[in-house]
Structures are given as C-alpha cells and as structure tokens.
Design a protein around this ligand. Structure first.
Ligand code: 13P
Ligand code: SF4
Length: 303
C-alpha cells in the first residue's frame, strides 16, 4: 500500500467515512475502497452503511443517487466534473410530450445514468443489472426508456409484449465498439468467451456469450469453466476480474474502452475532499423528493 492510500485510510477513520467505488475507477482506488460494485450495488449499499459520510468514487449520478436515497447523509464527490455524458442525453420536454400522448399507459423508465432532473420526471429507475426485472414488473403496456437507446433496445427484445419508445442517447465509450472490433479480438484469441455490457450496440450484443452489468460480467467470468475472455466494457473491470481469477486470461478490443470521466477520480482528490471536510453534495428539497421516488421504486421492484 502506498503513502496516499494509507493517508486515505487514516482520514476516513477520522471522519467516520466509508469509501464506495465503481469498478471503472483506477485500481489504486478499488484497492482501498470499503465497497466496490456496479451502479445497483452502490445505490443499494448506500442505504445500508452506518457511517454518516460516503465518499463516492465514480461519476456524479452515482453520488446523486446515494444522496437522493439518503438525504441525511453527507456524500462527498472527489471530482465534481466527473460526469457521465449520457446522463444529460434526454429531455423533460420530450418526456412531457410522450406522457401527453400515451397518458397512464406509459411508464417513463430512467436508467440511473441520468441527471436528478430526469429522474424527477420519471416513474422508475433501472440499472443494467435489474432493468429486465423492473420493466417486466411494471403494469404499463408502453415504456418510454431514457436516456440509453442501447440498453432500452436490449430490454425491449426480451419483453416483446410491451411497446417501447426509445430516446437517442448512448454511452460514448460502449457505442464506439463495433462488431469488427470484437471479431478482430476473437481472431487473436479464438475460443475466448465474449462478455458484453448492454450499453453496447446491438451488433456487439448479438455476439455475446454473456450480457450483463459490470458485476454480472465479473461474477459470470468467475463462475465459468472457460479460461479466456474478451471483455467488452470499460477496462476498470480488469482489476477485479484478474484479482478473482488469476489463472484466467482477459483481453480487450482495440476500441479504447476507457471512460475518461471515471478516471478523473484520483487518490489526491479523495485526500483533498476528506481534508476539506465540506458539506458535500446538496440538492434542492423539492428535487430530492421527486427524484428519490423512482429510485426507491427500483429498489423495491428489484429485491
Ligand atoms: P454498471 O451498472 O453495469 O456498473 O454500469 C455503469 C456504467 O456506467 C456502465 O457504463
Ligand atoms: Fe457514462 Fe459510459 Fe462512462 Fe459509463 S462508461 S459512466 S455510461 S460515459
């Protein structure tokens, strides 16, 4: 463990803080975090930790979700500019338009990779690990899925009885990966199993041996008897994959697979946010009330 990591462990004890990290942040942060997981795990765990302060190492919607679910807790974000671009790729005006057309038939389903404002205008939130279960449980025959077209499409193929309306948003990291990129990786490693995040294009999803959230991908590779895998999501997951499976091999494609926003979180920024000891994330009370209801509904429907 290096000096900065030791300093963080000391500071978090002093401040009675817990460190939560997403699988896409740098290895040196995952190494010292109290909890590391996918978006669903982090939001669920935020409701269970006893510490008063949560340092959320991930992009801002993850910190916002933790705060919305626990308004009485202090949520510290090491870098306020670490923001998922897809979180902004939908509009309240379009939601209102769809609601005016479909009335009570429609449920507005909002991927957690979204702003609090979009959540506040939605009926329920989902993550990549529970979207199928949550959408199936909804009584509404029409689903307006925001902001991610890819995840929405993936879910819609598995729930043909509902009508889906899509929104033109997507993850800039996952959607640049093409079928050709995966084919090239497979040509180098024939026989490797293909693990795909559902934010990917449909042409990539169709090639997958397994489709799931970051936690799902890690759990699947760990349980699998296969020895080689092509990992089609952000490369931060490699840390946990290799830690749990030192005897297996994991490969990437040539399409980058790095989320610059997740990589904005550094040990220095965690030290500084703990030392500053500020008030943390603040949100207007009316926004908190409206945006927390769809998150709570997600937790209820996915348990
Ligand atoms: P997970 O919920 O699968 O961890 O995904 C979050 C994310 O941002 C994927 O790009
Ligand atoms: Fe957002 Fe994509 Fe980064 Fe995930 S990988 S946080 S969806 S930009």
């Amino acid at each position: 463990m290096d000096e900065k990591q030791v300093q963080i462990l000391r500071l978090k004890e002093e401040k009675n803080a817990v460190i939560m990290a997403h699988y896409y942040v740098d290895d040196n942060i995952q190494e010292i975090a109290d909890y590391v997981g996918d978006s669903y795990y982090l939001s669920e765990m935020a409701t269970r930790v006893k510490e008063k302060t949560i340092v959320l190492c991930g992009v801002s919607f993850m910190g916002e979700s933790a705060k919305l679910l626990n308004p009485e807790k202090r949520v510290l974000l090491p870098d306020l500019e670490a923001d998922c671009p897809m979180a902004h790729m939908a509009s309240v005006e379009k939601i209102e338009e769809v609601r005016a057309t479909y009335k009570e038939d429609v449920a507005v389903v909002c991927y957690v990779n979204s702003t609090a404002e979009l959540k506040a205008h939605s009926d329920v939130c989902v993550t990549s690990s529970n979207a199928l279960k949550v959408v199936k449980a909804l009584p509404n025959p029409v689903i307006y899925f925001i902001p991610d077209r890819q995840l929405g499409t993936y879910i819609s193929r598995r729930i043909p009885e509902k009508k889906f309306i899509f929104n033109d948003g997507g993850c800039p990291i996952h959607t640049v990966i093409t079928k050709g990129d995966v084919q090239s990786a497979l040509a180098c490693h024939p026989g490797a199993k293909i693990l795909v995040h559902p934010e990917c294009r449909e042409e990539v999803i169709e090639m997958a041996d397994y489709i799931g959230s970051t936690s799902g991908i890690i759990d699947h590779a760990t349980a699998s008897s296969a020895r080689e895998f092509i990992v089609v999501t952000e490369l931060g997951v490699m840390y946990e994959l290799k830690k749990r499976n030192p005897e297996k091999s994991f490969y990437s494609t040539a399409a980058g697979q790095i989320c610059e926003d997740m990589k904005k979180i550094t040990l220095d920024k965690i030290i500084s946010v703990l030392e500053q000891d500020g008030a943390g994330l603040e949100m207007a009370a009316d926004l908190t009330d409206k945006a927390n209801a769809p998150l709570k509904r997600m937790l209820e429907l996915s348990r």
